[in-house]
Write a protein of this length. Structure first.
Length: 228
């Protein structure tokens, strides 16, 4: 992914979620999405639409905090899904062309949040797929940097991650451990969608270290396993 079109990555996630929920019956839209703050599927979409609406409006005070995201959900809690999707599409037309110019940490956070919620929706609806998408690959690259930073800070040494498309080293210096799993699993684990026991059950050479996989904001991970 040497030439990344960040706007196209976001658009692809948005269109896939739209396809999943646009004609979903009410009982599916009201299902709780796993590993969210008790959000229904429709609330996940409300957050995504609200985030783009807030970006357009310049309402970025407290960006990415729980209060900021909950306000997005609360404001659209009773809005029909077709209206939420229309708002998301309308605001995204303005936001998507600007994503490439966002500072890299915020850009990575935005795209990782979106693809995380795509798979939250897929999990709630029982519609797995797109686990090797360009968006997953992009998020994986950013997450590996985060894992490397955590391991460096903890003095744990670098971690070699062997995945379906190759391998990468997270952290500085020679690897002190190797883990074999998919990029999808690393992304889901890093954002709190896997339990420490699930991470420890990956194919490790060396001592399993789930704490270094889950990014600090989401640590220590889910208390109970999540099968997807």
């Amino acid at each position: 992914m040497s030439e990344i079109d960040h706007g196209a990555l976001y658009r692809s996630i948005r269109l896939r979620i739209t396809e999943l929920v646009r004609d979903a019956p009410a009982e599916e839209l009201d299902r709780i999405a796993p590993a969210t703050p008790a959000w229904r599927v429709r609330d996940v979409v409300a957050h995504l639409a609200g985030a783009t609406a807030d970006a357009v409006a310049g309402n970025l005070e407290g960006v990415a905090t729980d209060a900021w995201t909950e306000a997005q959900v609360d404001a659209r809690r009773h809005t029909p899904i077709d209206e939420v999707l229309a708002e998301w599409a309308r605001c995204s037309e303005l936001v998507e062309p600007t994503i490439a110019s966002i500072p890299p940490p915020m850009r990575t956070m935005l795209l990782t949040d979106a693809v995380t919620h795509e798979h939250d929706v897929r999990g709630a609806l029982g519609r797995p797929g797109e686990r090797e998408s360009d968006a997953i690959a992009f998020s994986f690259a950013g997450i590996v940097r985060g894992i490397g930073g955590q391991r460096d800070q903890a003095g744990a040494g670098a971690l070699r991650v062997v995945h379906e498309a190759g391998e990468v080293v997270a952290g500085d210096g020679d690897p002190t451990a190797t883990v074999r799993t998919s990029r999808f699993e690393v992304v889901r684990a890093a954002v709190g969608r896997r339990s420490p026991d699930q991470i420890a059950a990956w194919d490790w050479d060396g001592e399993p270290d789930p704490t270094s996989i889950v990014l600090g904001r989401f640590a220590p991970g889910r208390p109970a396993p999540l099968a997807e």
